[in-house]
Design a protein around this ligand. Sequence first.
Ligand code: ADP
Ligand code: MG
Length: 246
Amino acid sequence: MNSLETIKKRMSDPEHESSASTDSGSALQLQDITRRFTSGDQTLTVLDGLSLRLNSGESLAITGPSGSGKSTLLQIIGTLDRPDEGSLMIAGQDPFSLSESDLATFRGQAIGFIFQDYHLLPQLSVVENVLIPTLALGNVTEAQRERAESLIEAVGLADRMGHRPGQLSGGQKERVAIARSLIMEPTVMLADEPTGNLDRRTADEVTELLLKMQTQANAVMIVVTHSDELSKAMGKRHELQDGKLV
Ligand code: ADP
Ligand code: MG
């Protein structure tokens, strides 16, 4: 049975976490993932039997030319798109075996997304933006508000809690996005070109911050990037080539 309670229990069970780092399964495991897109009589195989395994605390940069399938791969790992073949396991769970509503809850808890263009809501304050992922579970608790504030302090924005995104620089907005990605204590952090809109110096600061926050959270982090600097800072590097990671 795959009820949400079982998932939550398993995700917060320390015994399960320790077994997840051994042979019984990695924090993130992709096996023979294939994704095709068909238009008319043309079929394009974007991911072609791709496999990947990462443990808690590991970071990976994925590079590759435009159109090589990087975003498609992130969408699948983020459980926003389903593969045509192959399996995905996150924290010992096959997310695609869940109902749509349980999958949405699982996604909210297990995955932290960081986008190049931030995806912050302009009418909300920094604290409120960081709390957005908690809203799906109901009212914001005092503990969640405190966690949001400590994450905002950790990303260096203690004096900007009440600011709106429009009052922040690009680097500061990216910091808010990093704090938001961690509010639910995710198993996996996914970042698509997180430094793509930033100048070199700000990009370096955000890179350092990403790694610091990921290490503290003991999360898996996958970063898609064209930046040599960012990719070299990650623990592992793979290029997406012919639908596989090399
Ligand atoms: P990247 O992020 O590496 O630039 P993408 O994953 O966005 O590459 O796209 C890989 C290929 O898959 C491209 O040729 C793109 O046109 C195609 N593709 C992506 N999403 C879809 C879709 N929903 N329908 C049809 N083709 C798609
Ligand atoms: Mg892309």
